[in-house]
Design a protein around this ligand. Structure first.
Ligand SMILES: Cc1cc2nc3c(=O)[nH]c(=O)nc-3n(C[C@H](O)[C@H](O)[C@H](O)COP(=O)(O)OP(=O)(O)OC[C@H]3O[C@@H](n4cnc5c(N)ncnc54)[C@H](O)[C@@H]3O)c2cc1C
Length: 272
């Protein structure tokens, strides 16, 4: 594999590093102090939106979204994006300035890859524009969730709707006031269905009755405000059948498609 930077990547690296010098390193301390101040818990640092607007204007926006997604993508491959994620990783949380932050990136890829035109219109477009944020809702306290086939939350068909019941935790970004969408993995098939076809993924708008945020969790004594990582209960949460992604039993397949590029993004940011 050829790891040399192409001219396009070299140009983007230089522009990204210049942007970090001008707009990101100078505000890092101020932003961190704001986010770590308990008085500002779950409040977004007000400086973030102006920096996002500048990044968008500079063409440093949605760089993570691979070229296969044509109309929505700035045209890079995952290999080309990797060194750019590394530069963003030099300041924790800076990827949000470029609309390249988890869990939104994976969620946007799910919607771009598997969403219907209606799902893309309602959720993908505002996510790509950086107008809203989102959470990915898989992990559960009751089961070993590193194997997604263990997930027990149920998604049960009822008339024109699905009804969701279960308990989740470690749900990143769930505390962010801008988070308007949850993509939830749950079980639609019985135990007789093949193990990798028992689960599905469904779109749940934030604020749907029955969704309860139990508490924020902390990671080595940090709560990572404003996004946080929440424990959540879904009790008789009802959404229309059109909210299912791709079809019943396709959840594991979607999870694999979602996590592949995300692993590279996280690793490159950590190297940065
Ligand atoms: C900061 C942070 C953010 C997160 N954000 C999200 C998020 O946004 N959305 C989300 O859904 N989840 C999120 N998670 C959860 C994360 O994805 C899970 O913690 C991870 O997948 C592991 O699942 P688990 O915690 O259930 O651990 P487990 O699956 O219980 O694993 C615990 C340990 O047991 C081992 N183990 C598991 N099964 C077996 C077996 N059969 N045999 C032997 N050993 C085994 C594992 O290797 C591991 O060492 C986040 C976690 C953290 C810490």
């Amino acid at each position: 594999m050829d790891f040399e930077y192409s001219d396009k990547v070299q140009d983007l690296r230089e522009r990204l590093m210049a942007f970090m010098d001008e707009h990101v390193y100078p505000i890092e301390r101020e932003r961190d102090e704001f986010n770590e101040d308990p008085a500002n818990r779950w409040v977004r640092w007000p400086g973030i939106e102006p920096i996002k607007a500048k990044a968008k204007e500079a063409g440093l926006w949605n760089l993570f979204l691979p070229h296969e997604h044509g109309q929505w993508s700035p045209g890079l491959t995952n290999l080309e994006y990797a060194p750019l994620a590394e530069i963003m990783g030099r300041v924790i949380g800076s990827s949000e300035f470029f609309n390249c932050s988890a869990p939104d990136t994976g969620n946007m890829e799910v919607l771009a890859l598997y969403g219907t035109p209606e799902q893309q219109e309602r959720w993908l477009k505002p996510l790509l524009a950086g107008e809203i944020r989102s959470s990915y809702v898989m992990t559960e306290p009751g089961v070993a969730s590193s194997d997604a086939t263990n997930i027990e939350t149920t998604i049960v068909a009822d008339g024109d709707d699905y009804v969701i019941n279960g308990r989740k935790w470690w749900i990143s970004s769930a505390m962010d006031p801008n988070t308007k969408l949850y993509i939830l993995l749950g079980k639609t098939g019985g135990d007789n269905a093949p193990r990798h076809q028992r689960h599905s993924q469904i779109l749940i708008p934030a604020g749907t009755p029955g969704v309860e945020i139990v508490r924020p969790l902390d990671v080595f004594h940090a709560v990572h405000s404003p996004g946080g990582h929440a424990e959540m209960i879904f009790k008789d949460v009802r959404v229309p059948k059109e909210n299912l992604i791709l079809g019943e039993g396709r959840g594991f397949e979607i999870a694999q498609g979602r996590l592949g590029p995300g692993r590279i993004h996280h690793c490159m940011r950590l190297i940065g």
